[in-house]
Design a protein around this ligand. Structure first.
Ligand code: PTJ
Length: 249
């Protein structure tokens, strides 16, 4: 079924849209084949959440927006799944909060980096970082350690959607503020995040943008209060409770 044919009120709407986009991402050389497996895992959690955004996840999206607006050098890290699922939405968010986009891949090849840069540019991005890879995240022995010196290496706040736990922990060790989108509240990346957003990236990225627009003119003290009042442990516990005990809709 083509994406346009999936009715908005279809009970598994988000799941079908996501599958379609991931499949197209693999065909275009943007998403890795492992990305299909990662998506399947995420989908199981989304099913148990009833494919809806919990109030605690929306509060996390608001805290993430506040962090991005407060940041001096915010960067949005983009992998093959994120690029396939929400390219235009990532470009829009980057514009609203003044963040750089940087491609960073677990299964890194020059061809995939270029395909994702081209894909983001086709969706309206200006400069996209990630090709230089002239800096390294210490204590990380795989390809995700390769970052741009003037991008993730220098960032104070990093949004890392669908991250694997190793790099999330290494970035946290560097003292960067980490905003993670991950449907699994038990994943290491969600656990080490300053702000874990336990929601489908399809819903989470537009939600952060809506909050960022809403907060764009807020005084810094308001943004700092939103950040200070957000508790990651409570958000994770709420998501886990919903997944383990929730009623399917
Ligand atoms: O493009 P690359 O080479 O950088 O590879 C990207 C993947 C995602 C394949 C790689 O980072 C990977 O293997 O990740 P993991 O370790 O499988 O972790 C992905 C996490 O994202 C899991 O906890 C999933 O539950 C979660 N996830 C999957 N799909 C979604 C999701 N979270 C939010 N929205 C989704 N659509």
């Amino acid at each position: 079924m083509a994406e346009v044919e999936i009715p908005d009120d279809h009970p598994r709407h988000d799941s079908l849209v996501t599958r379609h986009r991931i499949e197209a991402g693999v065909e275009k050389g943007i998403t890795s084949q492992q990305g299909l497996i990662a998506q399947g895992r995420g989908e199981a959690f989304d099913y148990l959440l009833g494919e809806r955004t919990l109030p605690s996840a929306d509060a996390a999206a608001r805290a993430a927006a506040a962090h991005l607006l407060l940041a001096e050098r915010p960067v949005i890290s983009v992998n093959g799944n994120a690029a396939a699922l929400v390219p235009a939405e990532l470009v829009e968010l980057a514009g609203v909060v003044g963040a750089d986009l940087e491609v960073n891949l677990f299964n890194r090849t020059d061809e995939r980096i270029q395909a994702i840069v081209d894909h983001l540019r086709a969706h309206g991005a200006g400069e996209v970082k990630g090709r230089e890879a002239n800096a390294r995240i210490p204590n990380l022995n795989h390809e995700r350690a390769k970052v741009d010196a003037d991008g993730i290496a220098d960032a104070d706040v990093v949004l890392v959607p669908l991250e694997d736990g190793d790099r999330a922990a290494a970035l946290a060790d560097l003292g960067k503020i980490e905003l993670v989108i991950d449907l699994n509240p038990l994943s290491r990346s969600a656990q080490v995040a300053d702000v874990p957003i336990v929601d489908n990236i399809l819903r989470a990225v537009p939600a952060i943008t809506v909050h960022a627009r809403d907060l764009a003119d807020a005084p810094r003290t308001d943004l700092e209060r939103i950040v200070a009042e957000f508790d990651p442990e409570t958000a994770l516990a709420d998501a886990e409770r919903a997944i383990r005990g929730g009623e399917l809709v």
